[in-house]
Design a protein around this ligand. Sequence first.
Ligand code: SF4
Length: 88
Amino acid sequence: MTSDLSSPTAPPSGCRFHSRCPHAKARCADEEPVNETLENGHRVACHFWRDKNAGGGAPLVSIVSPKLTERLAVYRQRQALVDGAFKE
Ligand code: SF4
């Protein structure tokens, strides 16, 4: 995203990110995207998230960030150590 933040008290029409989103198209200025909940519980509100995730190029929406994946792995390793300590 580029540009300044829009006013939270007077957001722009359509998608509130359209004035600074690099993926914005004409539809974004007119129509507010539907807020969807994915199977994994994550939420997304973008007209084109399926298109951008369909392949080729960087995804518009990353379902699980690499940093989160890394943190979960560390958490699980430490949890296994704690679980092992209480079994003895
Ligand atoms: S609907 Fe999606 S592509 Fe359009 S402005 Fe909003 S975030 Fe960007």
